[in-house]
Design a protein around this ligand. Sequence first.
Ligand code: C5P
Length: 291
Amino acid sequence: MPTPETEVSPEIAPEFAAEFAPAKINLALHVTGRRANGYHMLDSLVVFCGIGDRLRAEKAPGLSLRLTGPFADQVPEGADNLVLRAARATAQTAAITLEKHLPPASGIGGGSADAAATIRLLRRMTGATGPDADTILALGADLPVCLAGRPARMRGIGERLDPVPPLPPAHLLLVNPRITLPTPAVFRALARRDNPPMPATLPDWPDAAALARWLTAQRNDLEAPALAIAPGIGAVLDRLSACPDALLVRMSGSGATCFALFGQPAPAQAAAQAIGAEHRDWWVAAGPVLR
Ligand code: C5P
């Protein structure tokens, strides 16, 4: 049986392909307005973390999806599934396996990451060029940035992406108290929708401490409404704030996953172990910021 690593050239429509779907983290997320269609205008510094889902696809005459991994049972299997919707939008068939490691509906873009990885997989396997930008955005506001797959300043409702200064080496500890938060409810609970954007020009960040200092003056505007809906997030923020060497603690996206930023991998791993042992019911993971 050929494997993608040994016998299939990725350039010429391979029979198999695999993709990593990394967690998306909003280091800052400012809600700056609202469009007539109800979607919110954002200004966000988005990065990806070396923790994520894994997708594999094999050429097949029809479209199918197999779910594996620790969060497989929390992924919708029907027509709503974002992997299947993304595959249909690409107008290609394949037998896809999704190995689900990221907690769904948790502010780290799991569904969007999976849909973006599906599009990358199918493009690579078939040479397809679709779907177009509007279709991609309609799959989810985080889809464009997940498809780009590199650090970006995300504006509009998610469609406007600008490059950011090079990121310093940094590590993230992610903790989710196994609270699922519906994104629309968090946006609805916002007290203000016309908050200031990030500064027009982003500075250089020579190291993780400089990045954290700059981020301290930025915000996640969805943190307060998420906390109002799910006060349990407060315990996660407090616990992360107590980690030695944590440079910044914040919630990502619409929650409930929170992160601590570190300059080195060792304290992030040590904190992950300690928190995992204390809170066996929380989801805890640590990994590098992908640059
Ligand atoms: O596009 P996505 O499915 O990720 O968005 C989920 C929900 O979050 C939307 O239906 C909308 O209520 C809200 N949202 C928003 N403004 C954005 C992104 C999402 O209001 N920019």
